[in-house]
Design a protein around this ligand. Structure first.
Ligand SMILES: [Zn+2]
Length: 240
């Protein structure tokens, strides 16, 4: 091996080491930030963590996109303990997703949340991917749910020629359909049979302004879902 080759090798090793140092720094920053966060909370309220550890009674379940730019607490100005959160790519609420159903059941029936919010966001990469014909891997199967939303609303979406506008309108329609998907679950409908303080809302967050747009699709009864989706009262049936 010539000296030049050796030097190049050392240069590459040093570069690799440099990358790993940068990677370590980005990780260490999280631990350091956590220590600072704890210190700040305790300086404001010495009992903060004693109270936090006692339990939670959030009034809101947030079902949002996994996108790193839409954190539930930051967007809504709420504190730890105030919002129960479930996130997945493109805020899909699928009735065979045990993860989502478990979160929904626990939030509605144990925590007794009063508001379930499906929160999408403009410029959603998941929605844009669903609109394309490209393959992205296993996620293609997840995004199929959004392709189905597109098919349901193709007559409207096909008239939009601007691609960005088309994605953003599909973001709105996807949130709306996911609100209805939640309302179609026996979890939400059984809750409505027993209490009248549970609403399901649809929001879209504008990343450019930070502002939330309420899509005004709030539901508090199953009556607008279509006959076939409306469950009869299981307890009343059992009596007959
Ligand atoms: Zn997204």
């Amino acid at each position: 091996m010539s000296n030049t080759e050796k030097n190049n090798g050392q240069g590459k090793a040093a570069e690799a080491n440099q990358i790993s140092l940068a990677q370590k720094a980005s990780y260490d920053k999280l631990i350091a930030n956590n220590a600072q966060w704890v210190e700040k909370r305790i300086s404001e309220d010495p009992d903060y963590f004693i109270n936090l550890a006692k339990g939670q009674s959030p009034e809101v379940l947030w079902i949002g996109c996994s996108d790193s730019r839409v954190p539930a607490n930051e967007v809504t100005g709420t504190k730890p303990g105030e919002v129960f959160v479930h996130r997945n790519i493109a805020n899909v609420c699928n009735h065979t997703d045990m993860n989502m159903l478990s979160v929904l059941d626990y939030a509605v029936n144990v925590l007794k949340v009063k508001h379930v919010i499906v929160a999408g966001h403009y410029g959603c990469g998941g929605v844009a991917a669903a609109l394309s014909n490209k393959q992205f891997g296993i996620i293609d199967n997840w995004l199929r749910h959004i392709k189905d939303v597109y098919r349901l609303h193709a007559h409207e979406l096909d008239r939009i020629t601007d691609e960005k506008q088309k994605v953003n309108r599909l973001v709105e329609l996807n949130v709306t359909e996911q609100v209805y998907n939640l309302c179609k679950t026996s979890i939400i409908q059984n809750a409505w049979m027993h209490r009248h303080d549970l609403e399901v809302h649809g929001w879209v967050i504008d990343l450019g302004s930070g502002l939330v747009k309420d899509l005004k699709v709030t539901s508090s009864s199953p009556h607008n879902l279509g006959y076939v989706y409306e469950f009869e009262n299981a307890e009343a049936v059992a009596v007959h």
